[in-house]
Design a protein around this ligand. Structure first.
Ligand code: AMP
Length: 203
């Protein structure tokens, strides 16, 4: 598939892609976008930073969630604050022509009350670092019990940084039947352990 209109994305997303000047889908986008749009399945994708992986999971997630509902339906975990903010900004750009779609970043070193206030307004997607996510869950400032799609971005990095326990604990607050999409630059044993523990027959 070498054009974006062949991937199954709705017009508002194609317009945003056009505005951003993306001409052809990258390899991970061409493989992941149609699969994630079509199937309710767990997926493991090997992709480095700079390959367009944010769009590979971002567009399918944005298209699949219900923007009429204020419920949190998508959760993206990423290892660092910088990446968390970058993903949030990208998703906002992708969704610029979709009304009522709110993406909120949850990361350490900034006001948790401010983040919680934004979540309360109705955030369908949360992009979070594991430590702050744990904190905001413990304080009951978010509800992730209805999450349908969960992305573990840079899973290898998150494990290197010692977030295994946090990830396990965060995921225990999400439904068992959600879809989990794991993106990682490398596939060390620890990442396969995560895939085995948290995913069902991933593609
Ligand atoms: P990522 O790998 O998701 O961090 O993306 C790296 C950069 O490439 C980001 O700045 C994206 O906006 C940009 N990008 C993603 N997909 C494409 C594409 N198909 N064509 C051109 N640029 C892209």
């Amino acid at each position: 598939m070498n054009t974006f209109d062949q991937l199954g994305l709705d017009t508002p997303f194609l317009q945003a892609i056009n505005d951003m000047g993306f001409e052809t889908p990258s390899e991970v986008q061409a493989k992941a976008i149609p699969l994630l749009l079509e199937k309710e399945t767990d997926v493991v994708a090997l992709a480095q930073t700079g390959t367009g992986k944010t769009a590979a999971f971002g567009f399918p997630m944005l298209q699949k969630i219900d923007n009429q509902s204020r419920q949190t339906q998508g959760l993206i975990l990423s290892p660092t604050r910088e990446l968390c903010l970058q993903i949030t900004q990208e998703l906002k750009n992708y969704a610029k022509y979709v009304k009522g779609l709110n993406v909120v970043a949850i990361y350490g070193g900034a006001s948790i009350n401010y983040q919680a206030k934004n979540v309360k307004k109705g955030a369908q997607i949360l992009v979070a670092t594991p430590g702050r996510m744990q904190d905001i869950i413990r304080r009951r400032m978010v509800d992730i019990s209805k999450v349908e799609y969960c992305v573990l971005d840079e899973a290898d990095e998150m494990l290197n940084m010692g977030f295994y326990e946090d990830i396990t604990s965060i995921l225990s607050n999400t439904p068992d039947d959600k879809c989990t999409w794991l993106f990682s630059a490398t596939m060390p044993k620890e990442v396969s352990v995560i895939a085995k523990k948290f995913m069902y027959a991933p593609e």
